[in-house]
Design a protein around this ligand. Structure first.
Ligand SMILES: [Zn+2]
Ligand SMILES: [Zn+2]
Length: 94
């Protein structure tokens, strides 16, 4: 995924519409202001050398989601482990 640029001039129609520019675009076609790399979620300006498409806050949110998915899988594995342990005990009782 490539980063996006946006106009950060709050008076500009492109800012209000959150128009996405390519990273190779330099200036806003409406107000002529220099475009800035922006976060895909909240439209906050981000560092040009930033590797991600999101600001630190939104990136954390995305990381959080990924973490929760991992944790959910672990929980399912744990539950399955307990169930199979119970099944094993039943087998041994016989
Ligand atoms: Zn503009
Ligand atoms: Zn953001």
């Amino acid at each position: 995924m490539s980063k996006i640029k946006g106009c950060v001039n709050t008076n500009c129609v492109d800012y209000k519409k959150k128009r996405k520019y390519k990273s190779t675009d330099e200036y806003c076609v409406h107000c002529g202001k220099k475009l800035t790399f922006v976060c895909k979620d909240c439209w906050m300006p981000i560092e040009a050398n930033n590797k991600v498409n999101y600001c630190m806050r939104c990136q954390a949110k995305h990381d959080d989601k990924a973490d929760k998915v991992k944790k959910g899988v672990n929980k399912a594995a744990a539950v399955f482990g307990i169930l199979s342990l119970g099944a094993l005990k039943k087998v041994f009782r016989r």
